[in-house]
Design a protein around this ligand. Sequence first.
Ligand SMILES: Cc1cc2nc3c(=O)[nH]c(=O)nc-3n(C[C@H](O)[C@H](O)[C@H](O)COP(=O)(O)OP(=O)(O)OC[C@H]3O[C@@H](n4cnc5c(N)ncnc54)[C@H](O)[C@@H]3O)c2cc1C
Length: 541
Amino acid sequence: MGAGDETQVDVEVLIVGAGMTGLYQLHRALEEGFTAEVVEAGDGVGGTWFWNRYPGARFDSESYTYAYLFSRELFDEWAWTEHFAGQPEIERYLNHVVDRFDLRRHMAFRTRVTSAVWDDAGACWVVTLADVQVDAERVVRARFLVGATGVLSVPFYPDVPGREDFAGVSVHTGRWPQEPVDLAGKRVAVIGTGSSGVQIIPNIVDEVASLTVYQRTANWCTPLNNRPITDVEQAALRADFVRMKEILDTSVAGFLHEPSGRVTFDDTAEERQAFYEQMWNSPGFTKLSSNYVDLLLDPKANAEWCDFIAAKVRSIVVDPEVAERLIPDDHVFGEKRPPFVERYYEAFNDPKVSLVDLKATPILRVVPEGIETADGLVELDVIIWATGFDFGTGALLRMGIVGRDGVTLADHWADGPTTFLGVGTHGFPNLFFPGGPHAAAGNNPRYNGDQVDFVTDLLCEARRRGATVVEPTQDAEDRWTAMIDKAADQPPSFGKSSYFFGANVPGKPRRYLLNAGGRPKLFKEIDRVKATDWAAFDLSP
Ligand SMILES: Cc1cc2nc3c(=O)[nH]c(=O)nc-3n(C[C@H](O)[C@H](O)[C@H](O)COP(=O)(O)OP(=O)(O)OC[C@H]3O[C@@H](n4cnc5c(N)ncnc54)[C@H](O)[C@@H]3O)c2cc1C
């Protein structure tokens, strides 16, 4: 900060969001001696892991690779029980981190940012904070505003007539209440078979009276292959911390998985089947990161892997018609984010479960008694909306951000987001959004952590120079965004039908919302920024 600037603002770094990213940003800012606060709309710590407390919510990144790595002591004292921990354990972990690093006194919950307006004369953000429970507001002047608001934090509901008319319980997986939802003996609908839908279905099937699954798009689901972490594995993880951190800090997608180095049709048909079987039985994202290296590049290779999965589905699901409906026919593996499952396909063998194909029989309306399609009314007690999120830009665009010259972020991004490094955008000085649009395709905390570290370095550089205004240049932003738009057109990027292009939200611009260049591009550009004395940013007093 420049001399005396502290008197002009209430806080130097105001962070929005108490998820993985916001907590780490708070820790780093305090560690570097800035005054910093987190505001969070929710009633507790955790972001994603606070809101998504539905039965079956869990990691599909390995727990220890998702966890924070900035403190060896923290890593050593926390013993994850499973390779892919469930939501309750993750929420406990994040609360432990908050208390362990004495962060809670810098946090305000039930507090939503409703507007943030750049004040050029004061070189600060004027931020309006609304209490989400009572009708009260306060205004805070912050030198820097960090929107750690998450890419999957705004639940999306399809435009179905009558949603509000339902007389029973209606709940979105991304806003699952803290008090348990009573599903025992109830007639339940799950709408959506994306990552959340496929997690919740097998975890509630035993207790409900009936379960109607409304599927718009079948997904290429493969087993998560979760299991407890044994004492021997725990000891090995601790002993291996330095090497593991090194791999995670530098790997392309932030995982430990090794690429296979194998090309599909270099193997014989028999070898390929054995390899697919090995993939099917291996944990989580290895099906993408350690599969044949040409899986997402060669359509014939991809088709054969899809055939393998389809055969698995047919072998698990007893009713052949249901099996066919569960096999995707409109996209290939990796075009959308592939979900990982436990006992998902098996659930459809339970006579209580029925599958409705929304392409054949769309929902006509929700009525007080249940859901109506062309096939008639299904009477229900509970509707679970597992219908995903307004990905990438959803939360930032709802924050009422107004930058230089009165330009809103919504106008600035009317055609989709443009950023530099996914951390800032020209015309919006002193605003950073690690873990936001142009985020990672991979293990999120690793990439988001890279961005937080970069933002923190930038804040330190500004302080060193006595600069109060920090803004990416238009040129830097154009270059970065052009790289993303170009790479987005080529595999291995996710396909244009995925929510990573905003395809699930009607009217949303179809533009890639991830950094298609991945971590290598991020690292390269960060090195370049530092090697060129931060020329990609205007730093002014
Ligand atoms: C069910 C589920 C499972 C997932 N599993 C994985 C996984 O296994 N591996 C992986 O890498 N990623 C996973 N993800 C992605 C996950 O979102 C990220 O890993 C990570 O949790 C994001 O952290 P974050 O802090 O950036 O954002 P979030 O955790 O989303 O936190 C953002 C917070 O900002 C708050 N906020 C937003 N707007 C405002 C506002 N205007 N005012 C105040 N507060 C606001 C929100 O309430 C929210 O609490 C999963 C996502 C979901 C939904």
